[in-house]
Design a protein around this ligand. Sequence first.
Ligand code: MRU
Length: 364
Amino acid sequence: MRVNGVARRGVWLEGREVMIIDQTALPHRFETRVLRALDDAIDAIRHMWVRGAPLIGATAAFGVALAMRADASDAGLADAERRLPLARPTAVNLAWAVARMASLLRPLPPSRRAAAALAAAVELAEEDVAINSAIGDHGLVLLRGIAARKKPGERLNILTHCNAGWLATVDWGTATAAIYKAHDCGVDVHVYVDETRPRNQGASLTAWELGNHGVPHTLIVDNAGGHLMRLGMVDLCVVGTDRVAANGDVCNKIGTYLKALAARDNEVPFYVAAPSPSIDFALADGGDIPIEFRGEEEVLEVSGLSAEGDVVSARVAPAGTRALNPGFDVTPARLVTGLITERGVVRPERAAMARAFPERNTSA
Ligand code: MRU
C-alpha cells in the first residue's frame, strides 16, 4: 500500500538488504531499519518493530536467510530454528515460517543454503501478499452483500480491533484487505477503529494506514464498541488473528473476545480474517494457545506526541500500582460468524476447516 504516494511493504529487499518499517515510531515518524543478521530479526520481532502475525512470519523467514548468510552449517540452521520462535509466543506464523524454511534448507548442502534461503523468504513474502489479496476478494463479496441490504445513501460501518492492516502483513493486511478493495471500487465504507490499549495499535497504526489510503474512519476507545453496536451503528466486525485452533477458536489481540460477545448480543456479524498460515491444525482448541504476557509499563504508562513535537511517556496510574498485561485473548468459535480465508469464507468448525485445507489437516 502507499505512504505519501510511495508503494510500501511490511518487509522488503533493497539489493541484498532486508528492510522493515520501525512500527514503534508510527504514527509520529516514518522510519525504516536494515536487518543485517539473525539477531536483528529476533530483535525486530521481540521489540515489535515489526508485529502482526503474518509479518512476524515473513520477517522470521528473512531472519533464517540472514542466519544462512553468516553460517550455513547444520549448527547455524539449528541455531536459527531454535532461537527465532522464542521471540514472541502467540502468533503461530512465526513457528510455521521457521519450520517451512528449515525443512526446505536442511536437505541442501550448506554451500547452497544462503541463496536458497533468500529465495524462499522472498517466495514466502510474495505468498503472503497473494493470500491477503485473496482474503480481500472473498471479503469484498461479503461486504458488498451486507452493503446491498442497507438503505440507499447509508454507509457500511465496520468495526475492527488492533491492527490487522497492511502493516501487520507484507501487504494488503488481513482484516483491511476487503476494506481497501471495497473503498477502491466505490463501496461507501467507514471503519470504527478500536484504539487497542495498551499499545494502541488501532490508534497509531490502523488509523494511520486507513488515513494514508483515504478510507473514512473514526477512532473509538476500546469500551465504546458494545455501545455502538447497541445503537445499530455497526454493520459487521472484522478482526485479524494470531492463531486459530483446529476447532475454530480464535486468538487475537486482547479485547477481541469482548467485542465478539457484544456482537453476538446485538446480532452483529463477527468475522475473522484468517490466512491459512495462522491456522494451527495441531491445536485441538484455543485453550492451549500460549498467551503472551507483556510488561506492566505498557499498562501503567501511555506515550504520545508532546506539544513540542517530542514522543514522551506519561504515567497514568498511582506510583506503586501493579498491572497485569495479557496481550491476547481467545474468542470461542461459537461467537465467530465466519473465517475469511484465502479459499473463501469458512465456518469456524473442525470439519469445515479441514475440508477447506485438506493438506494442512493434522487431525488434532
Ligand atoms: O501484538 P501484535 O500487535 O503483534 O498483535 C497483532 C494482533 O493481534 C492483530 O489484532 C492482528 O489482527 C493479528 S495479525 C493480522
